[in-house]
Design a protein. Sequence first.
Length: 382
Amino acid sequence: MRLALDAGSVRAVIDAALLVPGHELATLALDHVRCPSADEAVAGWRVTTRGAHGCRESWVTARVAPSWRVMRERERLAAREQPAFGGLCGVTSDPDDSVLFVACPIDRVLRELHRVLRRTRGELVAYRPEQRAVLRTDSAWVQVRAVPLAEAEYHATVLAAQVGLGSTIPHAAIGDRVVHEAPLRGEPFRGEPGAARALGSALAQWHGLAEDPRHADASLRLPRESALDELDASLRACHALAVLDPGLGERAFAIAERLAGLVPARSRVVLRHGALTCARIRVLDGKVAVRGFLRSSRGPASRDLATLRVDLALSGIDPIRGSEAVLDGYGSSPTSAELRWFEANAALQSTCAAFERARVDWPQRATQVLQLAADAASAIAS
């Protein structure tokens, strides 16, 4: 794992095997890290090269896996077309075959990425190796995804547009793994009271669609999730954190154990976004639009309200002021205990986010998130 995360080692590999002739490596920065299993890890490096036509940006994926798997994947990827992109090209591995290095746009999972880049001539603005790439064109955002556009996600987006959440309807192609969407205008939500009330009002309409007979068929196509599913997601996050730092993992499991004894009683089932954060909300002239319905489901409304509250706090925005304005626009609110329970779970599920974003201060950030979870859990019984 150290080889995949060491800038000097990665730079040496790029210089020796991945640079296109006539280019030199200008900058190198770790952009994304995740551990999909106990013996695998993926690190995404953002690269700038310098050539005759100036500086260009690209990415290199460093994938840690057992040597037999690295050798097999290197041979398989080397047999594919090897297009140059941003001054980089090719596939290689270290002498011990412990780390596979892949130059974008070759991707082990996103097989269509290089073809979509060539056809759309779009700008690659975001890239998570083996998960998702986002291209910007003159008329649309284009996503190349590992997970295809699901029927539930599509119907959730359509329903959200009908209640004024301003979502753009996605259009999918190539096995539903290449998704085109019109861009949403506006600035990210920052807890502004007027926008928060507008968001609360739109959320109330969105949540209420589950009880509207006119939308019964569409809403039933979304999966049903309960508080136990929420707790299960939190436990999985605790396991991931324990791999990174056993001490932090122990603290996380202690909070999860307490939450397991405080599971709220059955509550109102609504259509919910599932991953409502400031980055997924756009504000323009006091109106709001929401995107990213990949995790939409039917379940307790507290999930959306709690997730947003935690994200406001982690973004340095007063979560109480922002969430109170949302609840004011919403018109009603779940019980304080239920909201706090979901808030604690939302925080636990965010503990590894700073590590995945390759933040150097991720242990401190994880500690801060754990404190949010602990405070919310303590407030349940108070």
